[in-house]
Design a protein around this ligand. Structure first.
Ligand SMILES: O=c1[nH]c(=O)c2nc[nH]c2[nH]1
Ligand SMILES: [Zn+2]
Length: 450
């Protein structure tokens, strides 16, 4: 057993069952364990089958401070939403009757144009941060809008409520359908620089900027180049969309005739790095996936959105075969649910649909999808050295799950072990079962005001 030779004090101790993923094992169940978190929010120790009194003496905490998990409870890593439009949350659950390009022009751009109004932004952004945290999203990779001040407000709210977040001020200098919702190229550069500088100046420990060209059809080639340069000079994350629908892929061919593929558009403008996450990718070719692998860029799989606006079905198995990093995203509001549990279920549904179409297709298992929602998301955002599973030294981002809350959605039966309990939670559970949420050791749910 390691000695407590550091000066850090133990802030939380949990005892019971922990469920997480490692690169080698999709679901590892650690029963009869005790896990300590230090006052810097890092996992200080994990001990199995140890006497609690001796562990408490070594680490210097009172046994009365231990949070004992019950029979129907477990701790799991927080879920990572690798692609969510905070600005579209106001109309989530509606407006799902048009394909992507018409959907953007009809519903999305007119709503996003309203974020000049900071009161409106404050209302929606407060609600989306709280809703996602309550549903177990400990890390979110957000698109905001083109408005710098509202995007900074989103960062402030994520920090206030304690969510780990990447926040992107959207960049777009082309929009013929809704011309009032775009910037000039020079405005876009000046405002992106201001957004990055001001957000970094806040020194929020867990909220960082992400360079966000909306997608190739909304950006001139020179804007894409400028954004590639900004991201690379400042070693920042990059997010965008790629190959979501066939109509979009055809449009990109006409807009960028000198590029070999949609992927080549981003590659040529230095936007594919090991800190890049591209949403969707439903129609990427194997050749394009190889470029993702070589550059270390990741894909955010957004199955609810892909189905809701009839964009396509990503073959996750094929992406994984190409050793491309992949996480899950809700893609609110093309996706109608802000819950990562929904993203897990839709990922399984899509994989099963592909198997119905082709029985040779190797269906994803719920264990694999659990990993994609947690550690996989952290890998996709290049945060897996910091968090994503229960490893000593990593930040403690975790959910306390109770599958038997009063009036909850799950019934258990005799003899059901932790693996079945996990599967039931993933398929049947909801926010009522997520009784506590921790980000970097700070308990953020229940909210302090409730
Ligand atoms: O699902 C999507 N949502 C968006 O807001 C968007 N913008 C470009 N491409 C997009 N796809
Ligand atoms: Zn999106």
């Amino acid at each position: 057993m390691r000695q407590n030779d550091s000066t850090a004090r133990i802030a939380h101790v949990f005892s019971g069952t922990f469920v997480h993923s490692t690169p080698q094992t999709a679901v590892e169940i650690l029963e009869n364990c005790v896990l300590g978190v230090d006052d810097e929010g890092k996992i200080a120790f994990i001990e199995k089958d140890k006497d609690l009194v001796s562990v408490s003496k070594i680490w210097g905490f009172e046994t009365s401070d231990i949070k004992q998990l019950g029979q129907n409870e477990f701790l799991m890593p927080g879920m990572v939403d690798t692609h969510i439009h905070a600005s579209q949350y106001s109309y989530s659950g509606t407006a799902l009757d048009l394909p992507l390009l018409e959907w953007l022009n009809t519903y999305t751009f007119p709503v996003e144009a309203k974020y000049k109004d900071l009161d409106f932004a404050n209302d929606v952004y407060t609600k989306v941060v709280r809703r996602t945290l309550k549903n177990g999203t400990t890390t979110a990779c957000y698109f905001a809008t083109i408005h710098t001040d509202a995007s900074l407000l989103l960062g402030e709210l994520a920090d206030k409520f304690g969510q780990r977040a990447l926040v992107g001020k959207v960049c777009m200098d082309c929009n013929s359908a809704v011309p009032q919702y775009k910037e000039s190229q020079s405005e876009c550069k000046v405002e992106t620089d201001r957004f990055i500088k001001e957000l970094l100046k806040k020194k929020y420990p867990n909220v960082k900027p992400v360079v966000t060209p909306r997608f190739a059809p909304s950006c001139s080639a020179s804007l894409l180049s400028e954004l590639g340069e900004i991201a690379n000079n400042n070693k920042l994350h990059i997010q965008s969309h790629i190959s979501e629908s066939k109509g979009e892929v055809e449009l990109v061919k006409t807009l960028f005739p000198g590029c070999k593929s949609y992927t080549d558009v981003y590659l040529k403008h230095n936007l594919l790095t090991d800190r890049t996450v591209m949403a969707h990718g439903c129609h990427l070719t194997d050749e394009e996936l190889e470029i993702f692998h070589e550059t270390g860029s990741a894909i955010s799989h957004c199955p609810n959105s892909n189905i809701s606006i009839c964009s396509g079905m990503l073959d996750v198995r094929n992406v994984l075969k190409h050793k491309v990093k992949l996480g899950l995203g809700t893609d609110v509001a093309g996706g109608y649910s802000p819950s990562m549990l929904d993203a897990i279920r839709r990922t399984l549904d899509t994989s099963k649909t592909l198997t119905i179409q082709d029985p040779q297709h190797q269906t994803l298992t719920f264990e694999e999808v659990f990993r994609l929602a947690t550690l996989g998301g952290c890998e996709a955002l290049s945060m897996d050295e910091q968090t994503g599973n229960f490893v000593v030294g990593k930040d403690f981002d975790a959910l306390r799950v109770n599958v038997c809350v009063p009036d909850g959605p799950i019934d258990l039966f005799p003899g059901e072990g932790p693996k079945v309990i996990l599967e039931k939670f993933l398929n049947l559970g909801d926010d009522r079962n997520i009784t506590e949420v921790y980000v970097a050791g700070r308990q953020v749910v229940p909210f302090p005001d409730t």
